[in-house]
Design a protein around this ligand. Structure first.
Ligand code: NAP
Length: 272
C-alpha cells in the first residue's frame, strides 16, 4: 500500500523509542489487513510532553502507544487517572485513553500457563512503575495476595493503595518475597540490555512457582535463565508486548490481529 495524503498515522512515543519493536509489530498487522496506515517511532524528550501529545492529536494522528516516561502525562491529557499506554482519536478528534499493559500481561500469562489460576495464590511483583502497577491491578481480583517490592519503598506504598489484597515490601525483603510467591513478575528495568541485574534469589523459589520477566531485550534475562535452570515455568516479555499491542490495534482498527504472526516477526527481529 503506498503512502498518500489519506494515510493514517500511528506512533509510539517515549524516550528512548529507538529500540521499540512496536513499529515492526503494528506495520506487520497493518499489511496483513491491507489498511491505509503507517506506524512510526517518535522520540519525545520534552519538559512539556502534554502539549506535544495534544499537538499530535491536532495533526490528525489516529493513535499512539505511550511508553516510559510519558504514561502519566498521557493519562492527564486523556483525562483519566493513573498511567495509560494507548491513545485513540476518533474521526471527529475526540480522544480516549486506555491501559492495555495489565490485560496484555494476563493474556500472555494465560497463553504460557493455561492452568495458572489453579496454581497461583500469592504473587510477587518486582517493580512499582507503570507496568508493575498495571499488572498488580489486573492480577489482584484473581489471587489471594499481591506483594509489590520496589527499590523506592514509597512508590511501592503508592502502588498498593486502593488494591485491597496488595501489600508493599521493602527491597531488603526481596528474598522473603521470592520464597513465598507462586508467581513472580519482574517489572523493573533490571536485566534489560545495559542494566545489570542483581543476583536474584531464585534458589528460594517454591517448587512449581512461575517466573515471568516483562523485559524482552534480551528475551532470556538472567532471572529467566536461573529460573529455567531450576526447572520452573518461565514466561518472557514478548507475550505481554504482543498482547498489549494486539489490544491497542483492536482499539484503533476494530480488528483482532494475528498473535502468532507477530511473534514470528518479532523473534526474527530479535535474533542476533
Ligand atoms: P517505569 O514506570 O519507569 O518504572 C521503572 C521501574 O524500574 C521502577 O520500579 C523503578 O524503581 C525500577 N528501577 C529502575 N532502576 C532500578 C534499579 N537500578 N534498581 C532497582 N529498580 C530499578 O517503567 P515501566 O513502564 O514500569 O517499565 C518497566 C520495565 O518493563 C521496562 O524494562 C520496560 O521496557 C518493560 N515493559 C515491558 C512491557 C512488555 O510489553 N513486555 C510493557 C511495559 C514495560 P524506582 O521506583 O525505585 O525508581
Amino acid at each position: 500500500m503506498s503512502i498518500t495524503a489519506k494515510t493514517k498515522l500511528l506512533a509510539v512515543i517515549g524516550d528512548p523509542v529507538g529500540h521499540s519493536l512496536s513499529p515492526i509489530m503494528h506495520n506487520g498487522w497493518i499489511a496483513d489487513h491491507g489498511l491505509d496506515a503507517v506506524y512510526v517511532a517518535l522520540p519525545l524528550r520534552s519538559d512539556d510532553p502534554e502539549s506535544a501529545m495534544r499537538a499530535l492529536g491536532q495533526f490528525g494522528v489516529k493513535g499512539l502507544n505511550v511508553t516510559v516516561p510519558h504514561k502519566e502525562a498521557a493519562a492527564r491529557v486523556a483525562g483519566v487517572a493513573g498511567a495509560i499506554n494507548v491513545m485513540c482519536w476518533s474521526e471527529e478528534g475526540a480522544l480516549t485513553g486506555f491501559n492495555t499493559d495489565g490485560l496484555g500481561f494476563m493474556h500472555a500469562l494465560s497463553e504460557a500457563a493455561p492452568d495458572w489460576r489453579m496454581r497461583v495464590k500469592r504473587v510477587l511483583i518486582v517493580g512499582a512503575g507503570g507496568a508493575g502497577r498495571g499488572i498488580a491491578q489486573a492480577l489482584s481480583p484473581h489471587v489471594d495476595t499481591v506483594h509489590i517490592v520496589n527499590r523506592t519503598f514509597a512508590r511501592a506504598e503508592e502502588a498498593v493503595a486502593g488494591i485491597s489484597n496488595a501489600r508493599a515490601l521493602k527491597w531488603e525483603d526481596l528474598e522473603r518475597g521470592f520464597g513465598a510467591a507462586d508467581l513472580i513478575v519482574q517489572a523493573t528495568i533490571l536485566g534489560m540490555e545495559g542494566h545489570a541485574a542483581p543476583d536474584w534469589p531464585v534458589g528460594l523459589c517454591r517448587a512449581g512457582a512461575i517466573v515471568a520477566d516483562i523485559v524482552y531485550r534480551p528475551l532470556e534475562t538472567d532471572l529467566l535463565c536461573a529460573a529455567r535452570a531450576r526447572g520452573l515455568l518461565v514466561i518472557d516479555g514478548l507475550g505481554m508486548l504482543i498482547h498489549q499491542g494486539a489490544l491497542a490495534f483492536e482499539l484503533w482498527f476494530g480488528i483482532r490481529p494475528d498473535i502468532a504472526k507477530a511473534r514470528e516477526r518479532l523473534l526474527a527481529a530479535l535474533a542476533p
